[in-house]
Design a protein around this ligand. Structure first.
Ligand code: M6R
Length: 366
């Protein structure tokens, strides 16, 4: 059942290109111009009335939501708030009948996310679930469902479910923009084309898995490391850091790169590994100066950047290149090396990769 892979996690990492293909399938019209969601009941009128979107989830699904916020706000200009389910449900969230609540859950059984869904409905909002399990409690209770078609995810550390959630956000974000006419038709077509290239581009990233294996060997003896990024890269940094902690048990933290000098820089010592995500062309220069800041304090920097960003190569110790992609789409590609780093580090340390200590695949307790 592991198809020759040593662990489910590695198998699931390699299943990503097909998971994307399946999640995209039947959701683009034959002209390649429009997104179609069969079964979605949300009317154009309801979409036009929305004044706010909430995205609620836990763990990795929450990190997908952070990317979702960038996507939806950029494409539709509807304000989006992202919240952890266990926080959302115990405050008095401002939710009305003009709010769309999107809950994200691989399993569809996470207790806090389910409770947040019910609380949102009680407050009058429509709830859309992005889930990988169509028969789950969350899918059953939600008003609308967008299924990710990643197939069963067995490893506790989520990989293909996360990236498939990103694909779902891209599809839904473009769909909202199409209904609200917030981006020109031509631009939408270009985006859809770029989206369809992601499975193949992911295959390219996966071909470099061996270089990452060497990097994992180098960091396995460290007690702490940092992930830094700006904008959408910061959202990916958070996911990379969670993945590493979860299965390698090495402490790490993710920081918005601009925040470093407000405290974190004090923790950088000679040799501290820093993984710097720099995939956003508009933010390259700012990232380059943050990289210089940590390097000046002795950090060893791995840069994750687009292949054309030659300038950054000179400023880092190691580089991991990802194929050129639209700014909103880079997380799908840049997270792959981070998944592989955590996998190979966990493996090198002799941990139980698929079943890390203290954790369960599905958290049905509150
Ligand atoms: O099934 P869900 O997506 O609702 O699960 C949410 C989290 O428990 C989950 O993403 C967790 O953070 C993963 N183990 C992270 O890899």
């Amino acid at each position: 059942e592991k198809d020759g892979f040593e662990h489910f996690m590695l198998k699931e990492i390699y299943e990503q290109p097909n998971a994307f293909r399946k999640t995209i399938l039947n959701r683009i019209d034959s002209a390649g111009k429009n997104i179609v969601f069969e079964g979605l009941q949300l009317s154009s009128e309801q979409i036009h009335r929305l004044d706010k979107i909430f995205i609620i989830a836990c763990g990795t699904a929450y990190h997908a939501g952070l990317v979702g916020k960038h996507v939806i706000e950029e494409l539709t200009r509807i304000p989006v708030e992202v919240d952890v389910a266990s926080e959302f449900r115990y405050r008095r969230p401002i939710v009305t009948d003009k709010t769309l609540v999107i809950v994200v859950s691989q399993s569809g059984e996470t207790a806090d996310t389910l409770a947040a869904l019910r609380e949102s409905q009680r407050l009058g909002a429509k709830v859309l679930a992005i889930t990988n399990v169509p028969g789950s409690s969350i899918a059953r209770d939600a008003d609308e469902v967008i299924a990710t078609v990643a197939g069963p995810e067995i490893a506790v550390a989520s990989t293909k479910a996360y990236t498939s959630q990103l694909i779902a956000f891209y599809l839904f974000g473009i769909y909202l923009a199409q209904v609200k006419e917030t981006i020109p038709e031509e631009e939408r077509k270009v985006m859809i084309e770029a989206l369809c290239k992601l499975p193949e581009q992911t295959e390219v990233v996966l071909q470099h898995a061996n270089d990452i294996r060497m990097y994992a060997e180098a960091i396995k003896g460290h007690s702490s490391l940092f992930f830094i990024g700006r904008g959408i890269d910061y959202a990916v940094a958070l996911e990379g850091s969670l993945k590493l902690k979860e299965i390698s048990y090495i402490h790490s933290e993710a920081y918005a790169a601009g925040e470093l000098k407000h405290g974190t820089l004090a923790l950088i010592e000679e040799g501290t590994p820093v993984i710097a995500l720099a995939t956003q062309t508009e933010l390259y220069e700012k990232m380059a100066s943050n990289i210089k800041e940590v390097k000046a304090r002795g950090a060893h920097v791995l840069g994750v950047t687009l292949e054309e960003n030659i300038e950054l190569h000179r400023n880092v110790d190691d580089v991991c290149l990802i194929p050129s992609a639209m700014a909103l789409f880079t997380p799908v590609l840049s997270v792959i090396p981070l998944q592989l780093i955590s996998y190979y580090t966990s493996l090198a340390l002799g941990n139980d990769v698929d079943k890390p200590r203290n954790l369960a695949k599905s958290v049905t307790v509150e």
